[in-house]
Design a protein. Structure first.
Length: 355
């Protein structure tokens, strides 16, 4: 919700708590509040005061100060920002420009030391509780609850979390709140047998047939086998066939170090150092030759073109974006003509009126 929404909400609450005699000037109060919010959003962005070597020196000193903390790199953020702002005010700069410059310099120092500001969820007590324990009483969860990705041991603790941890309004914005709502919904539904393993469970929805996603995929026969991560060699269960890494961390590490691989051109097979994580060929000539061997030349799908071209992937149908756009325009024109029908042009309507 934006600031304007909060202003409207405060206005409604203030109006409900006041008498009819105090309603004089309500519209003026409302307009002034909204005007102040819009003026704050339109505040001008000031240019940087320190550039070049001066900025490098200040950022280096700030990074040294921020790293000197034994508790957290954010411990000295407020004193450092206050000191920079006070020094700039003493030199004659305006307060807002001094504060913006201090914020910019401190952000650059955090970026240099690689500091990442924790989210709101990471600041809550549930973030420190292990995955194998209940998020309310910290009791141990059984294997079935862990397999269902539940975070509470019973429905009572889930209801207590929803009522006492302010999850009634923002449950779907937090993982723990979501799990609490799901557990309460399951408690309201009757038990039934799983359509694959025949184990009794309480579904999240009334028409749920399977106790887990694994049973649903096994019933359809599309469950993927476990595979080894290409970066850390850890065995994991992929969600889709194109998943090659166990986590985003391994994907980023593999993208940075780029292990040598073999060229996929059957006529080459040379080992090379790729420039990107999706590189398949050692050079541009091998990419063209490899595509010709794997993907045969095909005619363009545009009726008025018919040029034979070399596709870059198996789904390519047109030789160029122009032929693709021309085909779309022809289809839209045919649809419009089909809706109008024969004899529906302006000239035909004119003759019909004359008759």
């Amino acid at each position: 919700m934006n600031d304007k929404h909060w202003a409207e909400r405060d206005f409604k609450r203030w109006r409900q708590n006041t008498s009819t005699a105090d309603h004089r000037g309500l519209q003026k109060y409302r307009e002034e509040t909204v005007w102040q919010l819009e003026t704050t959003k339109r505040r001008a962005v000031h240019k940087a005061v320190f550039n070049g070597k001066k900025q490098e020196v200040i950022v280096d000193r700030l990074a040294t100060i921020l790293k000197s903390s034994n508790v957290s790199v954010f411990q000295y953020e407020a004193p450092a920002r206050h000191g920079l702002r006070q020094a700039m005010l003493a030199k004659g700069f305006a307060w807002q420009r001094s504060d913006d410059e201090a914020h910019r310099l401190i952000s650059a120092a955090f970026h240099r030391i690689g500091a990442v500001r924790p989210t709101w969820q990471q600041g809550q007590r549930e973030y420190t509780i292990a995955r194998e324990n209940c998020s309310w009483c910290r009791g141990e969860l059984d294997d079935e609850q862990i397999a269902r990705n539940e975070r509470f041991c019973c429905g009572e603790h889930a209801k207590a979390a929803v009522q006492l941890r302010d999850y009634e309004t923002r449950a779907m914005d937090d993982e723990i709140g979501r799990r609490a709502v799901y557990l309460i919904q399951r408690g309201n539904n009757p038990e039934r047998k799983c359509g694959y393993c025949e184990r009794r469970f309480k579904p999240l929805e009334t028409e749920g047939e399977y106790c887990s996603r694994i049973c649903r995929r096994r019933s359809r026969g599309d469950l993927l086998e476990d595979r080894a991560c290409l970066n850390c060699s850890a065995v994991f269960h992929p969600r889709a066939d194109e998943f090659k890494f166990c986590s985003t961390t391994c994907y980023g590490e593999a993208k940075r170090k780029l292990i040598d691989r073999q060229c996929e051109n059957p006529a080459c097979g040379k080992v090379f150092r790729p420039k990107g994580i999706n590189s398949k060929y050692c050079c541009h000539a091998c990419s063209i030759e490899g595509r010709e061997l794997i993907l045969p030349i095909r005619p363009c799908a545009y009726a008025l073109c018919g040029i034979n071209f070399q596709p870059k992937n198996d789904q390519a149908k047109f030789c160029s974006p122009k032929c693709n756009q021309r085909t779309k325009d022809a289809r839209q024109k045919a649809k419009r003509h089909a809706k109008k029908g024969p004899g529906d042009s302006p000239i035909d309507r004119l003759f019909d009126k004359a008759a």
